[in-house]
Design a protein around this ligand. Sequence first.
Ligand SMILES: Nc1ncnc2c1ncn2[C@@H]1O[C@H](COP(=O)(O)OP(=O)(O)OP(=O)(O)O)[C@@H](O)[C@H]1O
Length: 234
Amino acid sequence: MLEALEVSKIFVDKRALDAVSLRVEPGEIYCLLGANGAGKTTLVNLFLDFLDPTSGEVRINGRSVSEHPIACKRDVAYIPETVMLYGVLSGYENLEYFASLATGEDHSRETLIGLLEEAGLDPAAADRRVSTYSKGMRQKVGIAIALAKNAKALLLDEPTSGLDPSAAHEFSRLMQRARDRGVAVLTTTHDLFHAKQTGTRIGIMKQGCLVESLSSEDISHSDLEALYLRHMSA
Ligand SMILES: Nc1ncnc2c1ncn2[C@@H]1O[C@H](COP(=O)(O)OP(=O)(O)OP(=O)(O)O)[C@@H](O)[C@H]1O
């Protein structure tokens, strides 16, 4: 479970987050929408312990990230907009390296190829250098690393930006598979359609505040769009 409790973050004189509270239960996909600079990435970075909150607390599975950073890191996997991999290594070799770094264990080739397949990578590409991969293929290696880690929470920062519609759709299905395994998923996105299709909950952020938090079942796509635009223009 991911929890933000009245969390604020001030950078010098900029209040990037203002008393934000949210909760993502196991088996939920929480999609955070908001204009550029609304504070979405800052919130994700607090869960990753890349930043400290100015006040309030973020928790992963009930543990404070500030007080238990190592245990919390074990529980989460992170997929940024651009997955950083070693270009001179193959997708398989990257997975082998990062999976053993994350888990402290070696995995068989069969297991790792199985994870790449589960993440949707064509097995024929597994032994090709990552420098020849498309963005979507790199994302799939990122997903395979997250699967190897068997993380209880998944954090994603604009994971579908720059993916073509069918790759974005495929990526959404992977997130749904993680949700079905009981993972708590928090993702930022600018794509309202993706949020409505994929999210179980949708949050709208504006100037550091969470101004809406709703169940995606309770709102149509057109009403979500109207609500979003109303907040942005207010
Ligand atoms: N390290 C930093 N130092 C100073 N200000 C920062 C820092 N990181 C973020 N900010 C500011 O905090 C605010 C929130 O930024 P954040 O990156 O969280 O927004 P965002 O909602 O993720 O935006 P985008 O959709 O463009 O990715 C912005 O005004 C940004 O300029």
